[in-house]
Design a protein around this ligand. Structure first.
Ligand code: BG6
Length: 578
């Protein structure tokens, strides 16, 4: 994932691009760069490191320009370095391009260009595509827009590209397939971004560019075309997003802010849908597809990362409440095999961003085979939301932290409501259980708020174990995917190796790793597995492992065994197997 920004209009482009890149650093932060078009020609500045490093590097340099593009990179081809950073310049030096995505047939294109005598400065697929475009432009004696269109017909993979050309000081050419691109419409100016955050303070009117579309963007003109050179009328959407929602609000970093936002984001997710007093759940996307959801012979959940973990929790929930068989698939595996999709299968795609390439392609393929796609997505208007036959938004607000947090709990809230609604329609839940779960679900935001009040205790525990080089996360039942998610967070954020495992499975191998240096985190809430997980804790203690247990308030058995405990209010009985 990378972040892209563009601007053309009467304002100074550089400050707008830098501010936009800072908002998009969640998409990539190993190198950054800008290309600026001004009176003194095309200038490219790029640097390994974060946006702040680029700013330091640029101090004193010429940044006079009203048109420009910027990029913050998450390396795919070639290590993070000044040379591999975007924008890339073409062989003639007249074109500059930024790219988010992967050009899968870049090796073949590179060979063709190498045979013609081209040499490459970087190791990136982007520089190959750029020179491929310039080569077409030179050979066909056509304009840049035409060259891009011809080139993209040969490209396989995913991309958003933004190009500027020395001889056209106010024009940006953009195109997308599989990666997100938003164009903001201002007064005599246009903004481009991977999402709407770089343009929020300037305009609320945006166009979400679709796959295989190409945009010619000038200060007072936006032309959209398909790759067949036919004009498309841009569909203008009004943004319902305020600037405050994408700022840190006093927290040290976005992830912390987003963790503490969960009482309100879960509330927002339930709001207007759940009405425990009247025993109703209103979800129009679910109702519109109820016949298929009720009749589903199988639900296949497709997702990546944290969203995949939400899918694993959903497997337990749907099987328990709806009695529908569920399979949970990594989108990156599902898309490349030849999966069997039968009539009557429903696919649920889960994604915070709604743009994860593997999830998007997986559901595109399944849709081609006739599957019904139900999307659970956070970003409104995103690609997965648009391609789904029906769906439900998580309403968690912008998630800037790379490691997903509040989107995960939002996904769980949507999945639980959805399962309850289907179970009621199907008659696989008693009315008493349905009603009591609705009441409990309504209480979850307040209970999460009270849990977060004790967050300082976690700092004390973290301080004690911060020197560990490995950790094991264990849970049973619904808490097994939660253990996986905990391990993922520790790896991604603390750079500590961690494994998540079903607690009972640990004895078949990983137990060999347990010694006095290994912290073992048990997600051991008071449920029908409680006694069994106590046995697993004993197994760890017998090997001198250090036990940190997350337990339900009032549990007296586990504190006697664990080195440290963190108390957790009883959330929902659904999650505790009553
Ligand atoms: C990863 C993020 O890159 O993408 C995870 O680090 C996230 O936190 C995963 O869960 C999938 O993203 P999405 O947007 O499809 O939910």
């Amino acid at each position: 994932m990378c972040g892209i920004v563009g601007y053309t209009g009467p304002k100074k482009a550089y400050p707008i691009i830098i501010k936009g890149l800072k908002r998009l650093e969640y998409r990539g932060y190993d190198s950054t760069g800008v290309a600026l078009l001004g009176n003194s020609g095309l200038k490219v500045y790029k640097k390994k490191g974060r946006v702040a490093d680029l700013e330091d590097y640029i101090v004193g340099k010429n940044v006079q320009a009203n048109t420009g593009i910027g990029h913050t990179r998450w390396a795919t081809h070639g290590e993070p370095s000044d040379i591999n950073a975007h924008p890339h310049s073409s062989a003639s030096g007249k074109l500059a391009m930024i790219h988010n995505g992967i050009i899968e047939n870049y090796a073949q294109l590179k060979q063709e260009l190498t045979n013609k005598g081209y040499t490459f400065k970087s190791e990136t697929d982007t520089e190959v595509l750029l020179n491929f475009i310039e080569d077409i432009k030179n050979n066909n004696n056509c304009n840049l827009e035409e060259a891009v269109r011809i080139a993209l017909k040969r490209v396989t993979g995913a991309y958003v590209i933004l190009l500027i050309e020395e001889d056209k000081p106010d024009t940006i050419i953009a195109a997308r397939k599989g990666s997100p691109l938003v164009i903001g419409i201002g007064k005599g100016e246009h903004f481009l971004g991977s999402d709407a955050s770089p343009m929020l303070e300037y305009t609320k009117e945006v166009v979400y560019v679709n796959d295989y579309e190409l945009a010619i963007v000038k200060p007072d003109e936006l032309i959209l075309k398909n790759l067949g050179n036919e004009k498309i009328t841009p569909f203008v959407t009004k943004l319902d997003l305020e600037l405050a929602a994408i700022e840190k609000g006093g927290y040290d970093h976005f992830m912390l802010k987003e963790i503490f936002e969960q009482p309100s984001t879960i509330y927002d997710c339930l709001r207007g849908r759940l009405d425990a007093a009247n025993g109703t759940i209103t979800m129009s996307g679910v109702m519109d597809n109820m016949e298929q959801l009720k009749a589903a012979k199988r639900i296949i959940i497709v997702a990546c990362g944290t969203s995949w973990h939400a899918g694993l929790v959903a497997e337990y929930i749907f099987e328990e409440l709806c009695r529908t068989p569920v399979e949970v698939e990594y989108a990156s595996e599902f898309r490349y095999r030849n999966p069997i999709i039968n009539k009557g299968d429903v696919i649920i795609a889960i994604s915070q961003s709604g743009e994860t390439a593997d999830t998007l392609v997986a559901i595109e393929k399944a849709k081609e085979q006739g599957a019904i796609i139900f999307g659970i997505v956070n970003v409104v208007g995103s690609s997965i939301a648009r391609i789904s036959c029906g769906g439900a938004y998580t309403h968690a607000g912008p998630e800037i932290g790379v490691a997903s947090t509040k989107a995960f709990t939002g996904q769980l809230a949507v999945l639980i409501m959805m399962a309850l609604k289907i179970a009621k329609e199907k008659g696989t839940i008693t009315i008493e259980r349905y009603q009591s779960l609705l009441v409990e679900l309504e209480q979850v935001p307040d209970k999460v708020a009270s849990l977060l009040k004790n967050a300082d205790q976690l700092k004390i525990i973290a301080e004690k174990y911060k020197g560990a080089t490995d950790a094991l996360y264990l849970g049973r039942g619904y808490n097994f995917p939660i253990a996986l998610e905990g391990a993922l967070k520790l790896k991604e954020i603390s750079y500590i190796h961690a494994e998540g495992y079903p607690a009972a499975e640990m004895k078949h191998g990983p137990i060999a790793l347990v010694d006095e240096n290994l912290p073992v985190i048990f997600v051991a809430t008071k449920d029908s597995y409680h006694e069994k997980i106590i046995s697993n804790i004993q197994e760890i203690k017998a090997r001198k492992g250090m036990v940190i247990a997350i337990i339900t308030e009032g549990d007296e058995a586990i504190p006697a065994l664990a080195n440290d405990v963190f108390l957790y209010p009883m959330l929902m009985k659904l999650l505790h197997h009553c």
